[in-house]
Design a protein. Structure first.
Length: 152
């Protein structure tokens, strides 16, 4: 299961990533910067034909978030952009999927003032009250990709 844990004092996010299959080894690096807890998160997934580079920047008190995902060649190129804005961290999510073989089903739910949001390719996991849980995006072959939440 995807596991995401807050450290309330620092706001730093610990990310546990479930690895599926021998081709889905994942390296995760997380660095926290300053009191506002800007985060730089790099994830590299190594596997045949599924090299992935993910960059995440969390900036300022309102936690503006930008997530970019690129990879997987012509039949599975995917770009995901997320922007959080305002004190309540309302989130707008745009997803562009290229290629007929990579259609992705996405469910989004918002709960109250704290705005819990989940994005899902094949399984939804809601985590505490806070912000973003991105779970299984399973259009990328046996490995799949399992990512991140940033806290407010």
């Amino acid at each position: 299961e995807l596991s995401l844990v807050d450290e309330p004092g620092a706001g730093i996010v610990n990310v546990c990533i479930v690895e599926f299959g021998s081709d889905a080894a994942v390296d995760v690096g997380i660095v926290g910067f300053g009191a506002e807890v800007a985060l730089a998160i790099g994830i590299a997934e190594n596997g045949a034909g599924v090299a992935v580079a993910i960059g995440i920047a969390v900036v300022g008190a309102d936690f503006v978030v930008a997530i970019g995902i690129v990879g997987f060649g012509a039949d599975a190129a995917v770009a995901v952009d997320i922007v959080g804005f305002g004190a309540e961290v309302a989130i707008a999510i745009g997803i562009v999927v290229f290629g007929a073989e990579v259609a992705i089903a996405i469910g989004i739910a918002e709960f109250g003032a704290d705005v819990a949001v989940a994005i899902c390719g094949c399984d939804v996991t809601f985590v505490v009250e806070v912000v973003v849980s991105v779970c299984c995006i399973d259009a990328f072959g046996a490995g799949g990709l399992y990512v991140v939440r940033s806290s407010v």
